[in-house]
Design a protein around this ligand. Structure first.
Ligand SMILES: *Cc1c(COP(=O)(O)O)cnc(C)c1O
Length: 365
């Protein structure tokens, strides 16, 4: 650390120069994050100094968090849902498994998780001492419910289903998983970090939420398809008593107990998340999602016309292809199986897709 500080302008110029090294979103097809909506940016700036970790000091910001949860609860057919804003899908998944574990104390617990699940479950289960039982997928890359059921035993504390798998954009058959969860009286966590703000806005929404009695909790990330600023995730459960299973005493704060994983928590991105939901409404989200799905369809059709076959027919805006190479200049990613993966986020416009296809035609020819 320097002894004498620099003028603010000089510091910012140096930071700005570093930022120049970052990629801009214009060529990024590999990310589940996107440019934040301008209304989220304005809200973020307005709430920069707020700390949801000490809500008694920021009752207005705390009310915004409650409104965010209530809005999502209503979207997920359970207006009385409880929950809180986390740092993202990883934290929400960890917390969901903490709840599952404390609601069923057994020796050497296990949890049944689809092979397509996000790597955050590996972190969560490692931390919590839970054995992962990996449920295989069917031909279409959704979890095979019968094979998942076979993995359940008397040490199973929960099941996970994914709405919008990270690699292939599939939605697991949550209705069937919910049936299994009800039958075995198990906690069912739905990881809708990505798809939670896509599926409700599709012309034919696939059932995944609290309308299904077996669903215990839902993770959704406003910092992905919610176009909020980072970090903004949410964990929703059916009622407050479920969250309170995680309470610890917090003697010197304005609240005497907390169930969150983080202590100090940003209000800024939470205000950003609510701002986008309020500003766009269902109508606005349907339009955004329709655009992303159309771009997904177009990319698949365009590459298939060049002889590059799809790896899956996705339920959400993730397109994957049987190729290990991408045209230069574009940021795509590759799945564990080596398929090229493109996420058609709101920053990826129809023009961007056409440009990608022009480059692809030249490259794959
Ligand atoms: C992105 C994602 C996560 C992890 O979320 P972070 O916000 O990166 O912590 C977990 N599950 C799914 C399905 C995701 O798409």
């Amino acid at each position: 650390m320097r002894e004498c500080g620099l003028p603010g302008d000089e510091v910012l110029a140096a930071l700005g120069a570093k930022k120049e090294e970052d990629l801009t979103y214009s060529t990024i097809l590999s990310s589940m994050c996107t440019l934040p909506h301008p209304v989220a940016v304005r809200a973020h700036v307005l709430f920069m100094e707020t700390n949801l970790g000490d809500p008694g000091l920021f009752p207005g910001t705390a009310a915004i968090e409650r409104q965010l949860i209530a809005t999502l609860g209503e979207l997920y057919h359970h207006p009385g849902a409880a929950g809180y804003a986390s740092s993202g899908g990883t934290e929400s998944n960890i917390q969901a498994l903490r709840i599952a574990k404390s609601s069923r104390p057994v020796d050497r617990p296990n949890v049944v998780i689809p092979a397509s699940s996000h790597f955050s479950f590996e972190k969560a289960c490692g931390m919590l001492g839970i054995e992962i039982r990996t449920a295989p997928l069917d031909e279409e890359l959704r979890v095979d419910v019968d094979r998942a059921r076979e993995l359940i035993d008397d040490r199973t504390i929960g099941i996970v289903g994914v709405v919008g798998t990270t690699e292939y954009g599939m939605v697991d058959p949550i209705r069937e998983l919910a049936g299994v969860a009800t039958e075995y009286d198990l906690f069912l966590h739905v990881d809708a970090a990505f798809g939670g703000l896509v599926v409700p806005f599709l012309p034919e929404p696939i059932p995944f939420d609290f309308a299904l009695p077996g669903v215990s909790s839902i993770a959704v990330d406003p910092h992905k398809m919610g176009m909020s600023t980072i970090p903004a995730g949410c964990l929703l459960v059916r009622d407050q008593a479920v969250l309170d299973l995680l309470n610890v005493d917090t003697p010197y704060l304005t609240v005497k107990q907390e169930y969150t994983l983080g202590g100090t928590r940003p209000g800024a991105s939470v205000a950003g998340a609510l701002a986008v939901l309020e500003h766009l409404g269902r109508e606005g989200f349907r339009a955004v999602v329709a655009g992303c799905m159309e771009n997904t369809r177009r990319l698949i059709e365009g590459l298939e016309a060049l002889g590059i076959g799809r790896a899956a027919t996705p339920d959400v805006n993730v397109a994957t292809f049987r190729t290990r190479e991408a045209p230069p200049g574009w940021r795509v990613s590759f799945t564990r199986k080596g398929d090229m993966r493109c996420v058609l986020m709101p920053h990826v416009t129809a023009d961007t897709v056409e440009q990608f296809l022009v480059d692809a035609e030249r490259y794959y020819a």
